[in-house]
Design a protein around this ligand. Structure first.
Ligand code: NAD
Length: 274
């Protein structure tokens, strides 16, 4: 009896090494999971030691301990960043993909925005992206190949009520990506940005004050109404999930996007306004 033999699905990231900052959070962990399922070796770098340990053991069980490493890293700290990249190079022999994703979201109307709040957003979302890119460049130059993906935000493109610190820091990192695309091109380093709109389910950002702040800014209930608000303002009337962001990041990390650099993919279920 003839049996249909299916070829195993090729896994385009086999042999590739990826470092994901904020890899123990919603979007970061979903991206790490996608990379692992496509065969990559992944280093999770996150400031939250507890979440990091549980993600690492979950992924090791699912994909094999030889493909996953975790390191506590504060992306705002130069020494900590240097140690994480040295760790990735030592453990897996190089670096092909950086996902600069570690983030916080905290904001207030202008007159209530303290210098500390302003700096917190810029430290993580602008300086953190600068420091991690700067650490990735020499490793990628060595192999004349690399893909850096910034997780930005739709707030970098659209003016956002009562979130000027967060939104403008995201805009700064968007432009940083374009500048780095220019600098990286001759070395085979591509730099692109994925801008999510609100990813409420699975994100720790939305467990905190951000939810109340956003609901307040739009004058709606911070519960289910908030999710409905974002869904309804999208053209497709669908919520954006961490997995949706991971798919776009995966595309930009792989050879399928080899002719894209300095570009932006918005994952927002469509938004005619921005
Ligand atoms: P999350 O809170 O679930 O994950 C963020 C992770 O970053 C956490 O694990 C946290 O511990 C880590 N982190 C925070 N500060 C860090 C630091 N200094 N060093 C290292 N790690 C640090 O949030 P998320 O929704 O997955 O957010 C990921 C990225 O996506 C952020 O850059 C965020 O701004 C961006 N984003 C999120 C949304 C959304 O609606 N969730 C929308 C647009 C953009």
């Amino acid at each position: 009896e003839a049996k249909l033999q299916r070829m195993p699905k090729p896994r385009p990231l086999v042999g590739k090494v990826a470092l994901v900052t904020g890899g123990a959070g919603g979007i970061g962990a979903a991206t790490a999971e996608k990379f692992l399922s496509e065969g990559a070796c992944v280093v999770l770098a996150d400031i939250d030691a507890e979440a990091l340990a549980s993600c690492e053991s979950e992924f090791a069980d699912q994909f094999g301990a030889d493909l996953v490493r975790a390191i506590r890293c504060d992306v705002t700290n130069e020494t900590s960043v240097a140690a994480a990249f040295a760790f990735a190079a030592r453990e897996f022999g190089g670096l092909d993909i950086l996902v600069a994703n570690a983030g916080i979201a905290s904001s207030a109307p202008l007159e209530e925005t303290t210098v500390a709040l302003w700096r917190k957003n810029y430290d993580v979302l602008a300086e953190g992206y600068f420091l991690t890119s700067r650490a990735a460049f020499p490793l990628m130059k060595l192999q004349k190949n690399g893909s850096i993906i910034f997780i930005g935000s739709k707030n970098a493109l659209a003016a956002t009520p009562n979130a000027s610190a967060y939104a403008s820091a995201k805009a700064a990192s968007l432009h940083l990506a374009r500048c780095l695309a220019l600098e990286g091109a001759e070395h085979g380093i591509r730099v692109n940005v994925v801008n999510p709109d609100a990813v409420i389910r699975g994100s720790k950002i939305w467990d905190g004050d951000w939810r109340k702040e956003r609901a307040g800014a739009y004058g709606i209930d911070p519960g289910e109404a908030l999710e409905t608000h974002y869904r309804n303002r999208s053209l497709l009337k669908r919520s954006v999930l961490p997995e949706d962001i991971a798919e776009a990041v995966y595309f930009l990390s792989s050879e399928a996007s080899s002719k894209s650099t300095g570009n932006v993919i918005n994952v927002d279920a469509g938004n005619a306004q921005a």
